[in-house]
Design a protein. Structure first.
Length: 106
């Protein structure tokens, strides 16, 4: 009734292997001589090297994106500062020069 599916298949030690991680047993079909293992190890090393290269490319791409974001943010800050300055000057000039009552008082 309360058994685990690993225990029901009749294979001893299946439940322990699923909890403790991958087995250190040789793969089925390998004769243990080492001829095929050598090629498999080299293939896996090449695959790891290729994955490291992809990871490096992602890191460089991420750095470029970050640098681009910093430049765009700085540019927007400069544009905002110029816009605020121009608007303050514009409002002051509009209230001062375009106000007829102010010209007549002087």
């Amino acid at each position: 009734m309360g058994t685990h599916p690993e225990e029901e298949d009749g294979r001893p030690g299946t439940a322990d292997q699923s909890r403790s991680g991958p087995s250190t047993q040789p793969l089925p079909g390998s004769d243990g001589v080492g001829g095929d293992d050598h090629y498999e190890v080299r293939r896996l090393q090449q695959e790891v090297a290729a994955l490291h290269a992809q990871l490096d490319a992602r890191g460089r791409r991420q750095q470029r994106i970050t640098r681009l974001r910093l430049v765009v943010a700085a540019l927007l800050v400069v544009i905002a500062a110029l816009g605020v300055t121009a608007s303050v000057i514009g409002v002051w000039a509009g209230r001062t020069t375009l106000n007829t009552d102010r010209w007549l008082r002087q």
